[in-house]
Design a protein around this ligand. Structure first.
Ligand SMILES: Nc1ncnc2c1ncn2[C@@H]1O[C@H](COP(=O)(O)OP(=O)(O)OP(=O)(O)O)[C@@H](O)[C@H]1O
Ligand SMILES: [Mg+2]
Length: 255
C-alpha cells in the first residue's frame, strides 16, 4: 500500500494555484518537487503537512484520510521549512540543545531540566546519522555553515521519528561545494523514511529520486524522473529556460 496519496488535491490561497493533484508514493522512496519560483512547491508541501487547508481533495496516509487532521499529521511527518533564519529563531542555542529540546517536547510534552541517558543516546544517534562532527555539537547553531546547519535541522526533524520527512529546498542555503554531500545524506535517509524534497535543480538528487512532481503554470506532472524530466514536459513549465542535451537536463533557473 502507498504511504501517501493525494486525490484530486487542489492547493492555493482562495484561488486555486494547482488543481486536482493526484500523486501516490510507496514507502521509503524519494519524491522531488520541482518548479519555478511561485509555482506552488511550498504551498503543496504545507497542504500535505496540514498547515494549509486544501481548496478541495483528499490526502491519505497508508489508506487513512488525514485531510485536515493535524493531530495525526504531526505524528507522521517531519518538516524542515524553506526559510530558517535568525529572524525566525534569534536565540543562541547549541546544536545539542536545539535537537534535545525538540526531543524532550516529543517525549514528554515539556522539556525536562536534565537529560536522561536514553535522551543522550537519542541525540547522539541522530547527530551521528546526519554526519555532524562531534566538535560541532556544542557550538552555537548560528555559527555553523549553511550545510552544517541544514544537517542540524534534519537531525531535529528526525527525533520525532517521522515516517515521512519533508524538506523544503534543503540545498538552497548550502554552498555549491557542499551540496553533493547533503544530497548523499538525504538519499541515504530513504533507507528508513519516505522523503519529499523540493528543489530548483533536479540533477543533484536525481540518483536517489524515485518520483518527480513538477509544478508550473498551474499544471502538474507526476511520474518517474524519466517520464517527467523530458524536454517536452520541462518546456511547458520552464519555456526556453529548459533544454535537454543528450540525457542531461539543463534548467537555467538560478537561485
Ligand atoms: N500566504 C499566502 N497568501 C497568499 N498567496 C501566497 C501565500 N504564500 C504564497 N503565496 C503565493 O502562492 C504562489 C506559490 O507560492 P509558493 O511559496 O508555494 O511557491 P514556491 O514554488 O515554493 O516558490 P519558491 O521557489 O520561491 O520557494 C506564489 O504566487 C505566492 O506569491
Ligand atoms: Mg518555496
Amino acid at each position: 500500500m502507498e504511504i501517501l496519496k493525494t486525490v484530486d488535491l487542489t492547493v492555493g490561497y482562495g484561488e486555486p494555484l494547482v488543481k486536482d493533484i493526484n500523486v501516490s508514493l510507496p514507502e521509503r522512496c524519494l519524491l522531488q518537487v520541482l518548479g519555478p519560483n511561485g509555482s506552488g512547491k511550498t504551498t503543496f508541501l504545507k497542504t500535505v503537512l496540514g498547515l494549509l487547508k486544501p481548496l478541495s481533495g483528499k490526502i491519505y496516509f497508508k489508506g487513512v484520510d488525514i485531510t485536515s487532521k493535524p493531530d495525526v499529521v504531526s505524528k507522521v511527518f517531519g518538516y524542515v521549512p524553506q526559510i530558517f533564519t535568525p529572524t525566525y529563531f534569534p536565540y543562541p542555542v547549541t546544536v545539542r540543545e536545539f535537537v534535545e529540546t525538540a526531543y524532550m517536547l516529543y517525549r514528554s510534552g515539556w522539556p525536562r531540566i536534565r537529560a536522561s541517558k536514553s535522551v543522550e543516546d537519542k541525540i547522539r544517534s541522530v547527530l551521528e546519522l546526519v554526519g555532524l562532527d562531534k566538535s560541532l555539537w556544542d557550538k552555537n547553531i548560528w555559527k555553523l555553515s549553511g550545510g552544517q546547519r541544514q544537517r542540524a535541522l534534519i537531525a531535529r526533524a528526525l527525533v520525532y521519528e517521522p515516517e515521512i520527512l519533508v524538506l523544503d529546498e534543503p540545498l538552497a542555503p548550502v554552498d555549491p561545494s557542499g551540496r553533493a554531500s547533503i544530497a548523499e545524506l538525504i538519499g541515504s535517509l530513504t533507507k528508513q523514511v519516505t522523503v519529499i524534497v523540493s528543489s530548483h535543480d533536479p540533477t543533484i538528487l536525481l540518483r536517489y529520486t524515485s518520483y518527480v512532481l513538477l509544478l508550473g503554470n498551474g499544471l502538474y506532472f507526476f511520474g518517474s524522473p524519466d517520464e517527467v524530466l523530458r524536454s517536452e514536459v520541462l518546456k511547458v513549465v520552464y519555456g526556453d529556460l529548459a533544454y535537454a542535451m543528450d540525457k542531461h537536463i539543463h534548467i537555467y533557473d538560478h537561485h
